[in-house]
Design a protein. Structure first.
Length: 210
């Protein structure tokens, strides 16, 4: 099963990818991770990516697609994979097609913007040990204090409501059009975000069986 998970920042793609990869026994290919691995291993495409990263420039699409193509040749991808973090734009989706990379399904997790702002706005991270909490869903025993190490819980800049709204605006403009792109190819499957992580997993597995 070759999959893409689509959804706004905070829609739970990373969480779902981790669960689904175990259930289907296929790897999650995270763009950030494979870029770092290619750089570390010094592959020709990794060295190219490193030039851009070292100078603070965005790694261009052709290099990203090259790194993905390289990674998909590994033995663990023989039975499928979940692509996480790419494609973000129509141009990247077209480049993947051109590179001969095809998919069985593209699952879009649908969730209202305000729900994401609320969800991410409630996230807190321990300054000392990095443990994550949520003021509603996973509250610490003592407000503002980490259960694990007693460190101070803070809100990351990324989770600030204004930052989240900016990221959502970018998603709607650049990434959301991918739904139409894959719908035209007959592989888009839409899933409504459920009230629990398990519920959303179940909804994704159901649409994949159809």
């Amino acid at each position: 099963m070759k999959l893409i998970l689509l959804g706004a920042p905070g829609a739970g793609k990373g969480t779902q990818a981790e669960i689904i990869k175990k259930k289907l026994d296929i790897p999650t290919i995270s763009t950030g991770n494979i870029l770092r691995a290619a750089v570390k291993n010094g592959t020709p495409i990794g060295l190219k990516a490193k030039e851009y990263m070292d100078s603070g420039r965005l790694v261009p699409d052709e290099v990203i697609i090259g790194v993905i193509t390289e990674r998909l040749q590994d033995a663990d991808c023989a039975n499928g994979f979940i692509l996480d973090g790419v494609p973000r734009t129509i141009a990247q989706a077209e480049a993947l097609e051109k590179a001969g990379i095809s998919f069985d399904a593209v699952v879009a997790i649908e969730i209202a913007d305000e729900k994401i702002v609320e969800r991410m706005g409630g996230r807190r991270v321990c300054e000392s040990c990095g443990c994550s909490y949520h003021i509603v869903n996973i509250p610490p025993k003592v407000e503002g204090v980490c259960d694990a190490c007693g460190g101070k819980l803070v809100q990351r800049k990324d989770d600030d409501p204004d930052t989240v709204r900016d990221r959502l605006a970018v998603y709607h403009k650049e990434t959301e059009p991918l739904k139409g792109f894959y719908e035209a190819r007959g592989i888009l499957k839409t899933v409504e975000d459920q009230s629990t992580v398990e519920g959303t997993t179940q909804a994704i597995l159901s649409v994949l069986e159809k």
